[in-house]
Structure formats: structure tokens, C-alpha cells
Design a protein around this ligand. Sequence first.
Ligand SMILES: *[C@@H]1O[C@H](CO)[C@@H](O)[C@H](O)[C@H]1NC(C)=O
Ligand SMILES: *[C@@H]1O[C@H](CO)[C@@H](O)[C@H](O)[C@H]1NC(C)=O
Ligand SMILES: *[C@@H]1O[C@H](CO)[C@@H](O)[C@H](O)[C@H]1NC(C)=O
Ligand SMILES: *[C@@H]1O[C@H](CO)[C@@H](O)[C@H](O)[C@H]1NC(C)=O
Ligand SMILES: *[C@@H]1O[C@H](CO)[C@@H](O)[C@H](O)[C@H]1NC(C)=O
Ligand SMILES: *[C@@H]1O[C@H](CO)[C@@H](O)[C@H](O)[C@H]1NC(C)=O
Ligand SMILES: *[C@@H]1O[C@H](CO)[C@@H](O)[C@H](O)[C@H]1NC(C)=O
Ligand SMILES: *[C@@H]1O[C@H](CO)[C@@H](O)[C@H](O)[C@H]1NC(C)=O
Ligand SMILES: *[C@@H]1O[C@H](CO)[C@@H](O)[C@H](O)[C@H]1NC(C)=O
Ligand SMILES: *[C@@H]1O[C@H](CO)[C@@H](O)[C@H](O)[C@H]1NC(C)=O
Length: 410
Amino acid sequence: PSMSTRIPIFVLVLLSAVSASSPSPINGNGSDIDLAALLAFKVQLADPLHILADNWTTKLGRLRRLRYLRLMGNRFSDSIPTTLGNLTRLVSLRLGHNELSGQIPPQMLAHMHNLKEIVLNQNELIGQIPSYFFNNTPSMASIDFGNNSLSGPIPQAVASLSMLEFFSVQYNQFSGLLPQAMFNMSKLRVMAFEECANLTGMIPSNQSFSLPMLQLFTLAGNKFAGRFPIGLASCQYLQTLDLSDNSFVDVVPTWLAKLPKLRVLDFGSNNLTGFIPVAFSNLTSLNALALDNGNLKGEIPPNLGHIHELSYLNLASNQLTGSIPGTLEKLKSLASLDLSFNSLSGTIPIFLAKFTYLIILNLSFNSLAGQIPEGGCFLKPHLAVLDWECSSMWSPAPRISTMLRQISLK
Ligand SMILES: *[C@@H]1O[C@H](CO)[C@@H](O)[C@H](O)[C@H]1NC(C)=O
Ligand SMILES: *[C@@H]1O[C@H](CO)[C@@H](O)[C@H](O)[C@H]1NC(C)=O
Ligand SMILES: *[C@@H]1O[C@H](CO)[C@@H](O)[C@H](O)[C@H]1NC(C)=O
Ligand SMILES: *[C@@H]1O[C@H](CO)[C@@H](O)[C@H](O)[C@H]1NC(C)=O
Ligand SMILES: *[C@@H]1O[C@H](CO)[C@@H](O)[C@H](O)[C@H]1NC(C)=O
Ligand SMILES: *[C@@H]1O[C@H](CO)[C@@H](O)[C@H](O)[C@H]1NC(C)=O
Ligand SMILES: *[C@@H]1O[C@H](CO)[C@@H](O)[C@H](O)[C@H]1NC(C)=O
Ligand SMILES: *[C@@H]1O[C@H](CO)[C@@H](O)[C@H](O)[C@H]1NC(C)=O
Ligand SMILES: *[C@@H]1O[C@H](CO)[C@@H](O)[C@H](O)[C@H]1NC(C)=O
Ligand SMILES: *[C@@H]1O[C@H](CO)[C@@H](O)[C@H](O)[C@H]1NC(C)=O
């Protein structure tokens, strides 16, 4: 394990201007309570890199009322000490990217009335989030519990956090229905539910859906059903929309063409029916488009060639017919093109050889004829073109998530 990947410890101590008049749930000297809480925190944790071994105590001696506790990426293990709950003035608590295990202490936030941010992502936390966990945190703006092993339902109280902007619980084992009121939150920018295994239910398709600030919405890898929520058509700031790998049954909605900022769109692995909308040519900011593993029919619309910035296009495993349109020649930024498992005919376009960024081309399992073009990107070793010739060279096409999900919205 290299030390260089470790994010340096960062504890920011601010002195609160507020003093005697602020109520505290615990009587006595505030600094002492904070100090006791943090020393207990230190005692309980395993600290293999000795991050807390020196200087910690002297620094703590200077703190009055801790407001920011940020201990990201220090390989702290064991459970989160319950004494943290004594840091009642905390505004920001970040313990992400450690090896913390066990349950989140159920009362941890009971007296943290000022908390705006809780970041516990990338740990080994298990168990449920108690239904009352967020009952006393009215200022909460950011919750990140991603990449743990948390289970059970998402607490209804989350939907009552009127300041909430960022909510990520991706890569956990949550199950059950999402609180329906979460789809009516005026400040929410990020909703990340990707790979929660068993989240299910419908998404409101009426006036109960109002997320005007939404920028990122990912539900991939769950069990949501019904139609794609039409309320998304009003999310003017939406950049990333990933509903892939669920049980939606719908046509590819034409209202998607009204989302001017859309950069990543993945509706793959659902029950998609009908045709690819011609209106998609409107989506000029789109970087990635995946409509794979459905029942789409008809031809590839020639005006997909208007989406100049497209670098990832996946229409694999549908029933598309006709030839590969010549207009796609304009998609010079394409890095990955997967049209495999359709009924496309005609020849392999020669212009593909000139796509200098192309690293994945999969045209296998179609009815294409003629020559494989020579030169250019066709010289690249990992290009999979036709199944029966070079199947051993295939490598799995990376999903959008690994290629373009890196767009940061925080
Ligand atoms: C709080 O405790 C610290 C450290 O023991 C001490 O220096 C300070 O005077 C105490 N303040 C009050 C208001 O009791
Ligand atoms: C403790 O802090 C001082 C001043 O910030 C620094 O010079 C010293 O190297 C630190 N000691 C350790 C062991 O980190
Ligand atoms: C801190 O929290 C622990 C556990 O919640 C509690 O038992 C203890 O009394 C608290 N300490 C102080 C100084 O308030
Ligand atoms: C979360 O887990 C997924 C799947 O294991 C991984 O691809 C992703 O990089 C992780 N996220 C972070 C922030 O580490
Ligand atoms: C998801 O639900 C299925 C069927 O109910 C169950 O077998 C599985 O254990 C659940 N997975 C998780 C991670 O909860
Ligand atoms: C909107 O739809 C949800 C479920 O999809 C339903 O529970 C709710 O009653 C509906 N609200 C209105 C006002 O129709
Ligand atoms: C949406 O939220 C607002 C503000 O919280 C509330 O007034 C309104 O009744 C909600 N609308 C629906 C349809 O639930
Ligand atoms: C194309 O985008 C414009 C501007 O954003 C919008 O007014 C128009 O309705 C869109 N066209 C379609 C077919 O959605
Ligand atoms: C998918 O949709 C088609 C057409 O609506 C339907 O015939 C088929 O049963 C659906 N399949 C699933 C798995 O829902
Ligand atoms: C090409 O498509 C086949 C069938 O869908 C798949 O197994 C293979 O991983 C794909 N190869 C590439 C490089 O995308």
C-alpha cells in the first residue's frame, strides 16, 4: 500500500463566534466536551499509518467548538465512535474513503442541528439508516453514503430536508420504495441511486415530480418499473441521466430533446420499444448515448450525425435495420461505437478508419457485407469488427459509467 495515494489528514478547526447564548444539549465546558469526544474517537480507531499519533492532541487543545471535521482517506478502521455525537456544533463531517465498518451510530446526528454535510462514502459500513436519522438536521445540504454495504429502505425523512442538494447512496444494498416526496425537492441537484440492488417502484409521472435544479440523476442497476418519468422534461439543468438496467417499459421519449445541457444519456437494458427519435439531433451537447439491449426498430436516424461531441454511442442488441448512415462521418470524436446484435446491412463505412479517437468498434452480429476498411484505426489491436474473425480479441465494452461518469457536479 503506497503512502502516496493517501489523502493527507485535514482537520479544520474554527472558533465559533456564538457563545453563552447558544443552547447546548450538554452542560459544561464546550471545549472539554469536544476534546473528550475527539480523544475517544482517536482511542477507538485503529490507525495503522499513525496519522493521529503526534500533533493531534496539541491541536485539539486549541479547539473551542469544532465545526468542520474532515478525515478523508486515512485508512481508519473499526466502527464510527458514538462519542462523535457530542460534537454538536459540527457543520461538516467527512469520514469518507476510510475502512470504517459496523453500523452508523443511530443517534449520531441527534444533536447536530447545524450539520450541512455528512460524507461517509467509500467505507465498509453495514446495517440500516434509522428512520429518525435525519429528523434533527434541518440545514442538511449534502449526504454521501455511496460505496458501502448499507441496506434497508431510504428514510422518508430525507424528503423533508428542504435544503438538500446532493444525495448519493450509490453502490449499496438498499431496497424498497424511494420516498415519493424525494421527487419534489426544490434544491436537489444530484440524486445517485446507482447499483442499490433492490430499489423498486414507479416514479411519479404527474405534478408530484418537480426537481427544477436536477443535474445528475442515476438509477442504474435497480428494479424501477413503469414509464420514464416525463417530469424530467422540465429539468433544464440535467447533464447526466442514467436509468439503465431497470425494468422500465417505454418508447425512447422525444421530450429528451428539450434538455439542452444533457451530456450523458443511458436508457440501455430496459424494455425500450419503437424508434430512435429523430429529435435527438437537438442534443448537441451530448457526449454519450446508450440505448442498447432493447427492442428498438427502424433505421439509425441520419441526423444523429448532428451530435458532434458524441464520444460514446451504444445501440447494440436491438432490431435496427438499414445501413450505417454516412452522416455519422461527422462524429469525429467517437471513442466507442457499438452497433452489434442488430440487423444492419450494407458495408462498413470507410470513414470509420479516420476516427482517430476510436478505440472500441463493435459491429458484430449484423448483416454487413464487403471489406473491412484498411488502415487508420482499423490497425488498432483491440478493435472488434466482426464476430467470426476475431472474437478472441474482444474486450468488454466499458459502460458509460467507467468512461464518462467522471463529470463532477459537486
Ligand atoms: C474550559 O476548559 C478549558 C480547558 O480546561 C479552560 O482553559 C477554560 O478556562 C474553560 N472555560 C470555561 C468557560 O470554563
Ligand atoms: C507537528 O507539527 C509541527 C508544526 O506544525 C511540525 O513541524 C512537526 O513536524 C509535526 N510533527 C509531526 C510528528 O508530524
Ligand atoms: C459523549 O457521548 C457519549 C456517548 O454518546 C456519552 O456517554 C458521554 O456522556 C458524552 N460525553 C460528554 C462529555 O458529554
Ligand atoms: C464505487 O464502487 C464502484 C463499483 O465497485 C466503483 O466503480 C467506483 O469507482 C466506486 N466509487 C468510488 C468513489 O470509489
Ligand atoms: C434483492 O432481492 C432479492 C429477491 O427478493 C433477494 O434474493 C436479494 O437477496 C436482495 N438483494 C439484496 C442485496 O438485498
Ligand atoms: C402522482 O403519482 C403518484 C404515484 O405515481 C401518486 O401516488 C400520486 O397520488 C399522484 N398525485 C397526483 C396529484 O395525481
Ligand atoms: C411539492 O413540494 C412543495 C414544497 O414542499 C409542496 O408545497 C407541494 O405540495 C408538493 N407538491 C406535491 C404535488 O406533492
Ligand atoms: C429543440 O431544442 C429547442 C431549444 O432548446 C426547443 O425549443 C425545441 O422544442 C427542441 N425540439 C424538440 C423536437 O424537442
Ligand atoms: C417488452 O415490451 C414488449 C412490447 O410492449 C412486450 O411485448 C414484452 O412482453 C415486454 N417484455 C418485458 C420483459 O417486459
Ligand atoms: C461486441 O459485442 C459482443 C456481443 O454484444 C460483446 O460480447 C463484446 O464484448 C463486444 N466487444 C466490444 C469490444 O465491445
